[in-house]
Design a protein around this ligand. Sequence first.
Ligand SMILES: Cc1cc2nc3c(=O)[nH]c(=O)nc-3n(C[C@H](O)[C@H](O)[C@H](O)COP(=O)(O)OP(=O)(O)OC[C@H]3O[C@@H](n4cnc5c(N)ncnc54)[C@H](O)[C@@H]3O)c2cc1C
Length: 377
Amino acid sequence: MNLPIPEQEKLKEVENFATSKVRTRASEIDESSSFPVDLIKEMGEIGVFSTYIPKEYGGLGFSLGTLMESIRIISRECASTALIPDVTVSLFGEPVLKYGTESLKKKYLSRISMGTIGALAITEPAAGSDAAAIKTTATKKGERYVLNGGKTFITNGGEAEFFLASAVTAPEKKHHGITLFALDKEMSGLSVGKEFRKLGIRGTSTTEVLMDNVEVGEEQIVGNLNEGFRIEMDTLNVGRIGIASQAIGISEGAIMDIISYDRKFNGHLKENAMFKLADMINQLHSSVTKYNESISLVEAGKDTTLLSSLSKLQAGDSAVKITSDAVGILGHHSMTSEYPTERRYREAKITQIYEGTNEIQRVIVAREIMKLGAPSF
Ligand SMILES: Cc1cc2nc3c(=O)[nH]c(=O)nc-3n(C[C@H](O)[C@H](O)[C@H](O)COP(=O)(O)OP(=O)(O)OC[C@H]3O[C@@H](n4cnc5c(N)ncnc54)[C@H](O)[C@@H]3O)c2cc1C
């Protein structure tokens, strides 16, 4: 990726932070399922949250590539620590930046730049892959809206100061009747429910978010009334590149584990393991190529639906395969916390699930190709 010098320098700083601070904490964060408060504070200070936020809102005004590369670098050490700014910036900051009013931008983006955490709340108990099946309602009451319903499996739920939540505003219009509302944690009627224990990314909080007569003015609507579903899909096109960057970082970490294992045991890897390593590099290269291409499309203002889905699909499936094979190659060593490989194996799985499962990515890819009439790469 060709980045300007100041952005490359920022990435060196992020790498130094990741290898010196995150690496030493990752195992303990996973074992204790603890939210890395100190690392979040430091990421706020060094600018991980602010890379992509424009200067007029207190950010560094760097490219999407620099945000994504930061997530990739941190994911090599700890996928939980990387996910927290990723979700905040790409799932809350990005739609506010692209669709929010000037006053919403001023209200939220400068806080994100300083490391304040945000979340995107779409999923409900009966609305996961089918995001249009939500039951949360926003009912008009004079000039205001009253929200009622419950979201589930919301990343950053426990620590977010603000949420972007989807609600039905025109039930008869199905997915054309959904609106996105920016909600503040302290709003009356908004509460955080159950927190889930997870297979991986245990340092992030994943919770229910409950709305019981949460009253907001129409100035809290992001985009236009009933435009929420389209904005969600557009947001996920960028979000999925973030998940690809996370999956690539996890894969790179697992490959580095194999290299350091081989060096420690003086060329201990068998021929079979070398073959697997070559396959890993092949998969990783394919993931990185698609990921780079999708970032270029976003930066050029082009439609990235196909490439974002391909990136997430390729990088997520590869991360699961690469980490699984890495666990196999390290043999009994990998079953202990002597190597971080078993943690990476558990971290990789979620990249096939959230922001649209990889089955849904396959549906999108097939649909996009049918629309185009032919693959034209
Ligand atoms: C750790 C974690 C963090 C999350 N963070 C967030 C968050 O921050 N915000 C948020 O809104 N949501 C979040 N989610 C929810 C996540 O996006 C959903 O879990 C995901 O979209 C899948 O929905 P579901 O779990 O309800 O599965 P379902 O939709 O019930 O799907 C179950 C299975 O059926 C398959 N399937 C469903 N429909 C189809 C279809 N049409 N074609 C082919 N296969 C299909 C799926 O691929 C899957 O294998 C998170 C989930 C987890 C586990």
